[in-house]
Design a protein around this ligand. Structure first.
Ligand SMILES: [Zn+2]
Length: 272
């Protein structure tokens, strides 16, 4: 295959890969709304459980208060009945005190009972409200879930087709190794994995490259990667660039160390 043809194919592959990566990202982001809605539902559920527990213990307290109140009433009534049986002033005074104490206990318990009854009712109202809220939120989650499920299925199908299209580029000069490298570059370089050199400047990272290296790219005997940004390079004629190129060639010391000293980018190593 001609180099120009490989570059053209890589350019096409770049487009398809960008589409594939965008779709992959979309698929990841898709359930995000659902997650937010589900989290809200979980929160309401938890609040309901806590409120329900508080409501139950208020009911228990109310039950116990009722028993205490009934006991107090009975104690007072018993004391009142005994009034008919007493004969001495001393007995009368003692009993009278007993009745007074029982009545005051009864009153205090009645007050507590009313407060507790009010509390239990309020709990009941809040629980009903929360139940309704929970039901609405659950409906929203279910609706969102089925919407997303359908959408995901469609997107996954599209993705599978794109993946097939992209791996279809493997073959001939684009071997699996180059394909994988290129995928990584396109992914890491925001969709730009193959860029031209204008003059001596890489159009991906805008760094001036050594003459010798640019000459190798111009010769286009094999695929060359930018030593700075790792993108695949091809030479492209551009206005004024020829002059710059020539000027550089004239200016540069003939004993230039070459590319080996030049290529030392950890970013480059990571990618390739
Ligand atoms: Zn570069």
């Amino acid at each position: 295959m001609e180099e120009a043809e490989i570059f053209a194919r890589l350019n096409q592959l770049q487009e398809d890969l960008s589409e594939q990566f965008a779709l992959e990202e979309e698929i990841v982001k898709l359930p995000r709304d659902l997650k937010v809605k589900q989290e809200l539902l979980d929160k309401i559920n938890l609040e309901y459980i806590e409120e329900h527990a508080r409501s139950e213990s208020a009911k228990d307290e109310l039950k116990s208060l009722r028993i205490q109140y009934d006991d107090a009433v009975r104690a007072r009534e018993n004391a009142e009945k005994q009034m008919e049986l007493i004969s001495t002033q001393r007995e009368f005074e003692a009993l009278e005190k007993e009745i007074k104490d029982a009545a005051s206990k009864e009153q205090s318990l009645l007050k507590q009972l009313h407060v507790k009854e009010k509390q239990v009712n309020e709990f009941g109202e809040r629980l009903t409200e929360k139940e309704q809220l929970m039901m609405l939120q659950k409906q929203e989650v279910d609706a969102e879930a089925s919407k997303i499920e359908a959408l995901l299925e469609e997107k996954q199908k599209q993705l599978k087709n794109l993946e097939k299209k992209c791996t279809g580029y493997i073959g001939g000069d684009i071997d699996e190794d180059l394909y994988n490298k290129f995928c990584n570059i396109v992914k890491n370089k925001k969709g730009k994995g193959i860029v031209p050199i204008h003059g001596l400047v890489c159009q991906g990272c805008h760094i001036v490259l050594p003459n010798q290296f640019v000459n190798e790219v111009r010769a286009a005997k094999e695929i060359e990667f930018c030593p700075y940004c790792s993108r695949i390079l091809f030479y492209e004629e551009s206005e004024g660039a020829e002059d710059t190129f020539r000027k550089h060639v004239e200016d540069v010391d003939i004993e230039e160390g070459g590319l080996s000293d030049f290529v030392d980018s950890s970013e480059f190593d990571d990618l390739l």
